[in-house]
Ligand binder design. Structure first.
Ligand code: COI
Length: 335
C-alpha cells in the first residue's frame, strides 16, 4: 500500500519509519494538507491526515480522481474531513479513537494549575528579575476547590482522575454518562457545574451546526465569578469575543486554550513580534497573558500519543486491506 502522510513534523519522521511493521510505502509530507499540495497524493492508494488538514470537498474530489479509496486520520476528531464528499465517492474513512487520553488531560491540568497558582505570572516576573510577592500571586489550594469537567469521555475522565489525585472535588457534565465515569465522579446539570466550579475544563468534540460557540456569553455568565476556563478540545466551541469580555469584566479570572476557531491561519507558524495576528480578538486575548495562556494545539504532542496514533493508523490500513474492514471506520452519512 502506498500511503501519503500529511503534516509529519521533521522530528516525527523516525517514528513513522520505525513503526512501519507492515512495510507500507510511505511518503511523508511536512506540510498539512491544503488545496495547493493535494496533488502530491497522485500515485498513492491512501492518505493519512492529522488535524488541521483541509480534507474539504475540493481535495477529496482530487483524491477520488487519483483513485484513492482510503482517507484516514490519525486523530480522534474528524471535523477536518468532508464526510459527505467521502461518502459520495465511496471512500473509507478511519480514525484513531484513542491514542493517549493522558496527553491531553495532562496538558489541561497543567494549564489549569498554572492559572490557579499564578505560575506564569510569577515566573514571567522573575524572568524580568522582579521577585516581589504581590496580591496577584495569592492563591487558593486546589484540594479545597471544585473542578467541573464538561465532556467526560476518555480524556475528560482521565483529567477527572488526575484532579481527584490532587484532592479536588470533581464533578462532570455529559449528555452520555458512561458507567466507568459514574464510578469516579458525580454528574450534575451543566448549569450546576458552571455555578459551582472553580475550574471548568472542556473536552467536547466539535459537531458542526450543533455546538458551535457553546462557550458563549450565557455559558460564561453562569460560571462562578473568579473561576478559570480551559479548552483543549476544539476552538469552534468557543466564542472568543464573549471570553474576552468575561476576562475584561473580571468575571473570569483566567482562560487557557490549546485551540482556536480558524486556528490554521495562526498555529504552526511564527509571527514577527510587531505583526498583528489575523484575528483582532485573538490578538487581544493573547495580549492578556498571563491571565490567558495559549498553547498551539499541542495536547497530543507527546511520545506516547504520537506512537499510538501511528501504530493504530497502520493497523487501520492493514485491517482494511486484509479484511476489508476496521473497527475504527467512521460511519459515513448515507446520501
Ligand atoms: C485530535 O486527535 O482530535 C487532536 O486534536 C489532535 C491534533 C493532532 C489535531
Amino acid at each position: 500500500l502506498k500511503i501519503i502522510c500529511y503534516g509529519v513534523r521533521s522530528y516525527e519522521k523516525p517514528y513513522f519509519q520505525d513503526l512501519n511493521k507492515y512495510n507500507f510505502q510511505l511518503t511523508l509530507v511536512e506540510e498539512l494538507l491544503t488545496t495547493s499540495n493535494a496533488e502530491l497524493a497522485q500515485h498513492h492508494d491512501a492518505v493519512l491526515l492529522r488535524g488541521n488538514c483541509a480534507a474539504n470537498r475540493e481535495n477529496i474530489t482530487k483524491f477520488n480522481e487519483y483513485g484513492i479509496q482510503y482517507v484516514f486520520t490519525r486523530t480522534v476528531g474528524i471535523n477536518h474531513i468532508d464526510l459527505d464528499a467521502c461518502s459520495e465517492f465511496g471512500m473509507k474513512v478511519a480514525r484513531v479513537p484513542s491514542y493517549s487520553p493522558n496527553a491531553i488531560a495532562e496538558l489541561s491540568l497543567t494549564l489549569a494549575m498554572m492559572l490557579f497558582r499564578h505560575t506564569a505570572y510569577m515566573t514571567t516576573k522573575s524572568s524580568f528579575k522582579n521577585f516581589i510577592v504581590d496580591e496577584h500571586t495569592f492563591s487558593k489550594e486546589i484540594h479545597n476547590c471544585k473542578v467541573g469537567i464538561i465532556g467526560v469521555g476518555r480524556i475528560g475522565l482521565t483529567e477527572a482522575k488526575l484532579f481527584k489525585g490532587l484532592g479536588a472535588s470533581v464533578i462532570g457534565y455529559d449528555v452520555y454518562q458512561s458507567d466507568a465515569a459514574k464510578e469516579v465522579i458525580p454528574f450534575t446539570t451543566l448549569d450546576e457545574l458552571l455555578a459551582e466550579s472553580d475550574v471548568v475544563s472542556v473536552h467536547v468534540p466539535y459537531l458542526p451546526g450543533q455546538n458551535d460557540k457553546m462557550i458563549n456569553a450565557s455559558f460564561l455568565a453562569k460560571m462562578k465569578k473568579g473561576s478559570i476556563l480551559i479548552n483543549t478540545s476544539r476552538g469552534e466551541l468557543q466564542d472568543n469575543q464573549a471570553i474576552l469580555d468575561a476576562l475584561l469584566s473580571n468575571h473570569l479570572e483566567g482562560f487557557a486554550t490549546d485551540v482556536f476557531p480558524k486556528e490554521d491561519e495562526l498555529f504552526f507558524r511564527a509571527f514577527e513580534p510587531w505583526q498583528m495576528l489575523p484575528d483582532p480578538t485573538i490578538q487581544k486575548l493573547v495580549e492578556l497573558y498571563p491571565r490567558v495562556l495559549v498553547t498551539p494545539h499541542a495536547g497530543s504532542n507527546t511520545v506516547t500519543a504520537l506512537s499510538n496514533m501511528i501504530e493504530t493508523s497502520y493497523d487501520n490500513f492493514h485491517d482494511i486491506v486484509t479484511t476489508h474492514s476496521s473497527d475504527n471506520l467512521v460511519p459515513l452519512p448515507v446520501l
